[in-house]
Every structure is written in structure tokens, then in C-alpha cells.
Design a protein around this ligand. Sequence first.
Ligand code: ASP
Length: 320
Amino acid sequence: MSQYAIAVHGGAGAIPRTTMTTEKEVLFRRGLEDAINAGDSVLAAGGSALDAVEAAVRSLEDEPVYNAGRGAVFTNKGTIELDSSIMDGRNLMAGAVTGIKNIKNPVSLARTVMEKSEHVFLSGLGAMEFAEKMGLEFAPDEYFFIQERYDQLLVAKEYDRVVLDHGIAGNIVPVPPPSKKGTVGAVALDVHGNIAAATSTGGMTNKKFGRVGDSPVIGAGTYANNNTCAISCTGHGEFFIRSVVAYDISCLMEYKGMSLREACDFVVHKKLVTIGGEGGLVAIDRHGNIEMPFNSEGMYRAMKRSNGEKYVGIYLDQVR
Ligand code: ASP
């Protein structure tokens, strides 16, 4: 039987080690394990990479500790606005949604856009109207309310207030709010030799004015092409959009003949770092090579292969 593999992430910018508790780490690791197992079951049964990444991301979206679906962060207005995208490396088909509310599993809506609409990218009310028409599952506001996330919003708003009232040049040096990241994503290779990628997020805490990050942007946060690679990114979205990270890695492989590792290292550790972009990604090629680079303190990540090899890690020194 041909080989298959899956890799997932639960966001870059992990909780600093000094404040990570054993109980929390158990929850984060269990979420990652459940996600790779969900994807692996699909792949082991001969299912497609596309089905596997959707299953893995759905599992992470249902997990309140991750910033996607149920555990999404709050906007400045105290609402939840979700973004997601998915791409099929077989045929470059893609689907994406942004600024949606009350959709239990945004990645499945992104897939429905890809398969059942004549478009690639739907936003806000229109995307929700489409979701309703297609029979996607909705969930009430309470489903998405996580107290810890709301507290993070209050801290972020207080930071804004101090900076606005006093300016950073004054005597008051505000303590920056904790890391705002935690997006989820997956890439997979199936037994048929096809690859796919998917990403889902609540974006960044305290985001304003309908802000959209990289996660639903095909080519920035997500990309898949059987000839090169499948990529799902996480990090400070503005920098990932400006660097067109996922497509850049694919291009470096396609036009410069770089290996997956060379392309990932160049983009994550050189190009992004040069402009101050913090984050990371998971990547796979059709030979089953997997890369999980990041330039942040940590990145929740995991992978599993058909030969039984498995890895779950959060911090840099937890080497594969
Ligand atoms: N990339 C996401 C965004 O900017 C955030 C994250 O990865 O945690 O919306």
C-alpha cells in the first residue's frame, strides 16, 4: 500500500513556557492527537487528502482551547468572526469564507463553497446565506463564548486604551497583551498521491473594522498543488498576506527547484523574519516529506504517517 501522512497545527505563538500548566498542556496535546487521528482514520481507509484535512480541522474547531470554531477569539466589538479556507492539490480547486458567524465548522463551509458554488471566496452575510441554503450546521452565540477568550479581549482593550490615552512615548510603558494567535490547520497526503490543505481561525483578539487575516486567503494562509506542496500557515496574518507565504513556498519549489525543506526554511526563517512576521506553518509534498517550521516561541503541531511514525510538540526544543 502507498504511504499516507497528515500534519496539523494549532497555532503559532504558544503560551510562554513559564505560564503553561500541566493541565493545559494535556488539553492542547489531546486536541492535536484527536485531530491527527481523525485525519489518519480517513487516510487509512483509502480516503482523500481533502477529506482528511477537513476531518482534522473540524476536530480542532470543536476543541475550545484552539482559536477556531468553538474556541475562537473575540473581535473588538465582542463578537466572533470566523475565517477558513481549503484547497485540493489535485486540481487547484479552492474554497474560502471570511467574517462568518455562528457556523459550527467553518472549514466545511469553505469546502461547500469550493464544491457547490460558482465562486471561491464568500464573505459575511452572503456566506451565511449560502451556508443556510446548503444546510450547514449553525450554533448559538453561547456555544462560542469562552470566558478565557473574553478576558483576553478585555486585556487587549485595556492595552489599546493605555496606548491611546498616554502614547507609548509617555511615562507609562504598557505591558503588551498576551499572544493573540492560535489558528488551526492541516495538510495531508493520501494513498492516491494527492495532497490538500485547510486552515481555520477566529483571527486575532480585538480585531477591528472587519479585519481579515491570511487564513482564508488562498496563497497566503493556505495553498495546495500536487506538483509542489500543501501548506497551512499560522501567525501574524498581516505579514503572511504581504509575503504571500503559502504560494511563495510553492513557487520556490516550482520555479527554483528548491526542496520542501529549503523553501520552507527560506520563507519562515529569512523572508518573514526580515519584515518582522512571526509564525509558522505545516507543509507536505507528494513524496510524504513533512515540514513544520516556525519562528515564534512555539507552535502547537503534530504529524502521523502510515508507517506508524507520530509526533506531537509545542516548543522549539521538542524536536522531531
Ligand atoms: N493567522 C491568523 C490571522 O492573522 C492568526 C493565527 O494564525 O493565529 O488571522
